[in-house]
Design a protein around this ligand. Structure first.
Ligand SMILES: Nc1ncnc2c1ncn2[C@@H]1O[C@H](COP(=O)(O)OP(=O)(O)OP(=O)(O)O)[C@@H](O)[C@H]1O
Ligand SMILES: [Mg+2]
Length: 372
């Protein structure tokens, strides 16, 4: 069947979303804007896939300010940090301007034009620890100087909790450089809440109270409901009921909601009379991820497994006596430390309504496997 233009699947998951896939966040946008228009720095934290990156990119693109975005997940050392950051500076500022300022660098990088990508590559010869830190300082100070003449740049460091892995004392060095900068707004994003909180809220941490800490929540029910329902209206009269059922399963988790919605759209477009499309979509997604889930499951220890099985079968709090009795998870202190670890590893999230298995499909997968 030929697809009509307005019948294009309106849902998207997995990467940064912009219009028309981006919904709501009006209050969050206002708040982020107001911080970026002040001399302050910003820290956005949330569990995985709540929309941190999408939010910050949306706000920054609108301001038209120059921004440098670096995801620390794939950065290996401080030296790598310096070269990857500098590479991104080249994408934003005119060559001539950078060339003039780079003359002041104490550690000289080698700059080459990659003929296949037509992009600048930056590398350093292997550096000693202290030269690595000097290289980082040179690059950050370069951005500060570039910011003095033009619109104030924003430097976004995504998955910032990774800084601890990148190098001993790298956090200390970064902080000592950044605190002198007047022409940059720094934005730190992080998805491992406890690690990020340690970095910015522990008194002995170099980044203690360095910026405004902004916890990002899920998308509010009413707004997500209208977004889904308005989209499904194009293909079914059952759009309200469908959206209610869908949100009941995902509890408004931005990524998982878009993922089920995407699959439901495919199923309903292919067969308007399909029964229970939300359930069918979930089954399809679980089947698709079966191998990943199995691999994930096998990384868990026995207490983790017991707790997750219990949480997939019952809605009572894992810290309650009833839960402990039904699922033999042991003493409350064991449950508590297990929960903490599972939160850190992204399996469980904690919200005002209590502890939840973060991925609703993983939850269903556990249930399905248990009842097999
Ligand atoms: N405002 C939004 N409206 C609708 N869907 C959204 C919105 N923000 C995020 N999403 C959904 O969540 C997914 C993840 O978004 P994004 O990558 O921005 O989150 P993140 O918090 O940066 O994730 P990660 O922890 O993986 O870095 C998107 O692909 C999209 O499906
Ligand atoms: Mg992200």
């Amino acid at each position: 069947m030929k697809s009509e233009p307005d019948r294009k699947n309106p849902f998207k998951f997995g990467s940064i979303v912009e219009e028309p896939y981006f919904t709501n966040r009006i209050e969050e946008i206002r708040k982020v804007n107001s911080i970026l228009n002040s001399p302050n720095h910003l820290i956005i934290i949330s569990p995985r896939r709540y929309g941190k990156t999408s939010l910050i990119i949306k706000v920054i693109k609108k301001t038209k300010r120059p921004f440098i975005f670096l995801d620390l997940q794939l950065i290996t050392t401080s030296q790598d940090f310096a070269s990857q950051l500098l590479k991104r500076v080249y994408r934003v500022y005119p060559l001539q301007k950078i060339r003039d300022l780079i003359k002041n660098f104490r550690i000289t990088p080698s700059i080459t034009l990659n003929p296949t990508t037509n992009k600048i590559d930056v590398s350093y010869k292997t550096l000693t620890l202290s030269s690595e830190h000097t290289a980082v300082e040179d690059v950050l100070n370069l951005i500060e100087s570039l910011g003095a003449s033009k619109a104030k740049p924003v430097v976004i460091l995504d998955e910032f909790q990774e800084i601890k892995r990148i190098g001993k004392n790298t956090d200390r060095i970064l902080r000592s450089i950044m605190q002198h900068h007047q022409n940059i707004n720094y934005v730190f994003l992080g998805s491992q809440e406890s690690l990020i909180r340690d970095i910015f809220e522990k008194k002995k941490s170099p980044f203690y109270h360095f910026g405004h800490l902004f916890p990002l929540d899920k998308i509010p029910y009413n707004e997500f409901f209208s977004y889904l329902s308005n989209s499904f209206k194009k293909i079914t009269d059952d759009h309200n009921d469908l959206s209610i059922k869908l949100l009941e399963k995902t509890k408004c988790h931005p990524y998982y909601t878009q993922q089920i919605a995407f699959t439901v759209w495919e199923l309903v477009s292919a067969n308007r009379l399909i029964e229970n499309p939300v359930q069918k979509a979930i089954e399809q997604i679980i089947q698709y991820h079966d191998i990943d889930y199995e691999r994930l499951w096998n990384t868990l220890n026995r207490t983790d497994m017991k707790l997750l099985i219990g949480m997939s079968l019952s809605d009572s709090s894992p810290l309650s006596e009833e839960f402990s009795r039904l699922h033999s998870v042991g003493a409350a202190s064991t449950v508590f430390s297990t929960l903490k670890r599972l939160i850190q590893n992204g399996f469980i999230s904690k919200s005002t309504s209590g502890y939840q298995i973060d991925d609703p499909f993983f939850k269903q997968w556990i249930r399905a496997r248990r009842s097999n």
